[in-house]
Design a protein around this ligand. Structure first.
Ligand code: ATP
Ligand code: MG
Length: 465
């Protein structure tokens, strides 16, 4: 096999541009994506000097020049420039020296076009601003850009009652809050409710998912930039300045690099921010709420969350329990979602039938309230009578049983059975495995199989298991 050819093919089909220069900055390599991003043809670039091809790059701002002179890589650097087609382009570059011992022979730059991501984030900020300035004419969203208030949090179980009472208490302080809840447990609801109860509610609620942006962009989005801080950077306020006097919700805080986490810690401690590239600082009054859907203990152990930041944010800790730990909320939530769908679909479904109630009660709900909401929305499309039945749930994927593969391996195909017998045989095997895995605990096995306990009892009897 021709490995060189394979490598070439791989490089030409990446989304990233790759440019290689020698120590004199002569371009040695310029892949196809580089052409798409910069607008230059590789045959016009290769063999030329870098500064000749990119006249707006000079020794002062060239990452290549810097890396060749220091021998140190520059990772995830943001640059903004007008390309030769007149397009305003934002790229993130990583520049790596090519060395042998102490000698630097050249450098290679890998870069991606993040113009669209950047434009989208800017649009989001702009929309948040206009939404706020519109003064409440929007129906779905409140004037401050939120959607939920305390009344939207459904749940009468003890942990949910406690959570709601805690929300009311902490809303009025300025201390940072750390929210932990598995996916779909309602973190967005909780955080927005806090903002809407607080004295900050007339100011726009600013939210940023830390996992949604590349690291270097996240930093400039959070702290803002000054003109010249990196090639083409504009004077721009960041989310901290936008959230002055308000609440800043940092979702998926664990996606932030440890380096940025330490910068965040400094802001929280000092109450001042500095735009990227600026020497001036600015005092801001921002209440930080951070959230994760992974247990903080695990994040600390794995080194994904700085301990000092965690303890600083954790002045108030809110845990939203998973749905399986508050099963008594399931009927109330189901009823709420059915009523909502009734209104939207012009139906008059009264509720869940007995079998569905039992199935819902025994399910583990890995997707939590969101999963319950989705399954009901799906069923509402099929329901014909007054109550949702197991039949109406069929189109929703209920068969995510991890042991089904094992059964296929001990294939029954080829044994002299007709289809009905084969299906029964297969069902028998599934039940046997579920019972084994559940140490013969019927309730547990029924939950794993996602069928009501009575149905399982019936089948055990029928198959003589
Ligand atoms: N207690 C609740 N009462 C009513 N609706 C809820 C409740 N909890 C969650 N929901 C609904 O479930 C969906 C998911 O909630 P939300 O977006 O707040 O979850 P999340 O915890 O932020 O999840 P993720 O970690 O995936 O972002 C939303 O549509 C929300 O309306
Ligand atoms: Mg969320």
């Amino acid at each position: 096999m021709d490995y060189k050819r394979i490598l070439e093919l791989m490089i030409e089909h990446l989304d990233e541009g790759i440019i290689v220069v020698d120590s004199e900055l002569e371009i040695l390599y310029f892949n196809e994506p580089s052409t798409n991003i910069t607008g230059f043809d590789s045959d016009k670039a290769i063999g030329k000097n870098l500064f000749q091809v990119f006249p707006n790059i000079s020794k002062d701002n060239s990452t290549f020049w810097n890396v060749i002179n220091t021998g140190e890589p520059i990772i995830e650097h943001v640059q903004r420039y007008i390309n030769c087609e007149g397009r305003d382009v934002t790229i993130v570059t990583s520049t790596i020296p090519i060395t042998n011992g102490n000698r630097v022979y050249g450098a290679m730059e890998i870069f991606k076009d993040v113009t669209q991501v950047m434009e989208l984030s800017e649009k989001v900020i702009m929309l948040q601003e206009t939404l706020y300035n519109r003064g409440g004419k929007e129906k779905v969203f409140l004037a401050n850009g939120t959607q939920y208030t305390l009344g939207d949090i459904i749940g009468e179980s003890l942990p949910m009652k406690e959570l709601k009472s805690k929300i009311c208490k902490v809303a009025f302080s300025n201390s940072p809050i750390f929210v932990y809840g598995e996916t779909g447990t309602g973190k967005e609801l909780v955080v927005q409710s806090i903002h809407n109860l607080s004295h900050r509610r007339d100011k726009p609620f600013i939210a940023q998912n830390c996992g949604a942006l590349p690291e270097s962009l996240l930093e400039s989005i959070l702290f803002g930039t000054v003109q010249g801080s990196f090639t083409g950077a504009k004077d721009k306020e960041g989310l901290f300045e936008l959230a002055d006097g308000s609440t800043l919700f940092l979702d998926e805080i664990n996606s932030m690099s440890l380096d940025l986490q330490s910068k965040l810690l400094r802001v929280i401690e000092d109450g001042v921010i500095r735009r990227v590239g600026d020497i001036r600082t600015k005092l801001v009054d921002v209440r930080i709420i951070a959230a994760t859907n992974i247990e903080p203990k695990k994040l600390l152990e794995e080194g994904k969350l700085r301990e000092d930041l965690y303890y600083r944010l954790n002045v108030i800790y809110l845990h939203i329990p998973p749905l399986k730990e508050r099963r008594e909320d399931i009927p109330i939530l189901a009823d709420h979602f059915i009523k909502y769908s009734n209104r939207r679909m012009g139906k008059s479904v009264k509720g869940l039938d007995k079998e569905v109630i039992e199935y819902f009660y025994n399910n583990d709900w890995p997707g939590n309230v969101r999963e319950l909401q989705n399954i009901i929305e799906s069923a509402m499309n099929f329901v014909e009578g007054e109550y949702i039945t197991m039949k109406d749930l069929q189109s929703y994927n209920l068969l995510n049983m991890d042991y089904s593969k094992e059964c296929f391996e001990e294939s029954i195909v080829g044994e002299d059975l007709n289809l009905k017998e084969a299906v029964e045989e297969y069902e028998k095997k599934l039940i046997k495995i579920a019972l084994e895995k559940a140490n013969n605990n019927c309730a547990k096995a029924a939950r794993a199989l996602k069928i009501p306990k009575q149905t399982l009892h019936g089948k055990i009897k029928r198959y003589g298991l």
